[in-house]
Ligand binder design. Structure first.
Ligand code: GLU
Length: 443
């Protein structure tokens, strides 16, 4: 059974990049009939906030990313402690005392010499007496994971293909702070083991973390999951702008965008597949395939999002939108205006055109005379579903007008606009009384 997880740190709101990662993990699981877990990475007690945990849950629900389980790292501290003890017993963690200033200085020296800023393992040379002295001074150690440099690190990445790391190119990561709190690296690997995660799909900024975590899985006696690292998201201008970096569900909701438009876009950008509006998660999952993901950054384009949104809206049933429509707007009205909408919320404006007050157009005299005739014709004729056909045919016969000269003044007088839904469907909805009144007002 495929099990994936989305593992946000609740230190802020989800942005479009996080949403994309969540969606891909959801789709990867669903494509395989598997499970999608939400794991709240809240070991950083100071920066993690409950309001963000709530917001993350709400955002996922709004997008339709239903989770099959939720875990919180802050409730699993004893599990990390056990794993830590195991690593301690096998000599895979060690105590360090360097201050961040000292480490920064060493990094600068190495970089200045053109060398990679890898921790020099100075703390490995400390004797028990050195440790005792630190303890006597009241200085607690922080802990690093010891990379096995003789062991080659390799995995077959679901997107990048075969990846290899030389152990000596990696810094032993700090996994635990002096106050006993955990950094991201170890709890994540421990949880992926405990939760049976089979596939870890995340951004390519995590590739070197994966190299370390592959060794952690092995050191803990587990087989690493399958890994895939996707290229990062950029704006249409080619970088992750500040705006895009803070754009999330709140923005999409305010814009009146449909979750499936966002999902359709985020599921396919950065892949070789066409970007089409899919009405359901099932349809998106069916086409989801890591093999189609490219190495180039995925470009997020808001204009494309709007195009997809219009396509989604054009396929929406009355039942899906009934709750959002203005009072009195029935199925016939929805179906009439739907092809003209980019967003479902725009139905309000068209309902106004059908049932509300319209702007009286400013027309040249000959058009007004023509509209006066139209008012009489409309008043005299039987009113049914063919009303527009009947009316325009009458007027064509009587005046010889055709094409734009025939249709445009009528549309303007009847709707107050010079474009809009098909008049064949619109006119019966406007109804005889309103139509005649609007024509008279314009004449
Ligand atoms: N909490 C980590 C992050 O937000 C999770 C990374 C991962 O998927 O392992 O970057």
């Amino acid at each position: 059974m495929t099990i994936t997880r989305f593992a946000p740190s609740p230190t802020g709101l989800l942005h479009v990049g996080n949403i994309r990662t969540a969606l891909h993990n959801f789709l990867l699981a669903k494509a395989a009939g598997g499970r999608f877990l939400l794991r709240i990475d809240d070991t950083d007690a100071e920066r993690s906030k409950e309001e963000y945990v709530d917001a993350i849950r709400k955002d996922l629900a709004w997008l339709g990313l239903t989770v099959d389980g939720e875990e919180r790292q802050s409730q699993r501290l004893t599990v990390y402690e056990e794993a830590f003890e195991k690593l301690k017993a096998s000599g895979r963690v060690y105590r360090c005392y360097e201050t961040s200033q000292e480490l920064e200085l060493r990094r600068k020296v190495l970089l200045g010499r053109g060398l990679p800023p890898i921790y020099d393992r100075a703390a490995l040379n400390l004797t028990e007496a050195d440790h005792a002295a630190k303890e006597a001074e009241g200085i607690a150690p922080h802990w690093r994971f010891l990379i096995d440099r003789d062991q080659e690190i390799a995995w077959d990445d679901g997107i990048r293909g075969p990846v290899r790391f030389e152990g000596d190119r990696l810094s032993d990561p700090v996994i635990r702070r002096a106050d006993g709190s955990w950094l991201y690296m170890l709890p994540s690997a421990v949880d992926d083991i405990a939760m049976g995660v089979t596939d870890v799909l995340r951004g390519e900024d995590h590739v070197s973390n994966t190299a370390v975590q592959v060794q952690m899985f092995t050191a803990l006696g587990a087989t690493p999951p399958r890994f895939a690292h996707e290229a990062l998201l950029t704006g249409s201008e080619g970088k992750l702008s500040k705006r895009l970096g803070s754009m999330g569900v709140e923005h999409f909701r305010e814009q009146g965008l449909e979750p499936m438009a966002i999902n359709s876009l985020l599921a396919r950008i950065g892949t070789s597949q066409p970007i089409v509006a899919e009405p359901s998660m099932e349809a998106l999952a069916a086409g989801f395939d890591l093999a189609t993901f490219g190495r180039a950054p995925a470009r997020f384009d808001e204009a494309e999002l709007l195009r997809l949104n219009a396509q989604i809206v054009h396929g929406m049933d009355y039942a899906q939108v009934a709750g959002l429509l203005p009072e009195g707007m029935d199925e016939a009205a929805w179906l009439a205006v739907r092809p003209n909408l980019e967003k479902a919320s725009e139905a309000h404006e068209w309902w106004q055109v059908i049932a509300g007050d319209v702007t009286r157009p400013d027309m040249p005299d000959d058009d007004r005379a023509f509209i006066a005739m139209a008012a009489d014709a409309a008043e005299a004729m039987a009113w049914d579903d063919a009303a527009w056909k009947t009316l325009t045919q009458n007027l064509k016969d009587a005046t010889g007008r055709k094409g734009k000269a025939l249709f445009l003044p009528l549309r303007q007088a009847l709707t107050g606009m010079d474009h809009g839904p098909d008049m064949n469907t619109l006119l019966p909805l406007i109804g005889k009384n309103r139509a005649v009144a609007r024509l008279r007002a314009a004449a």
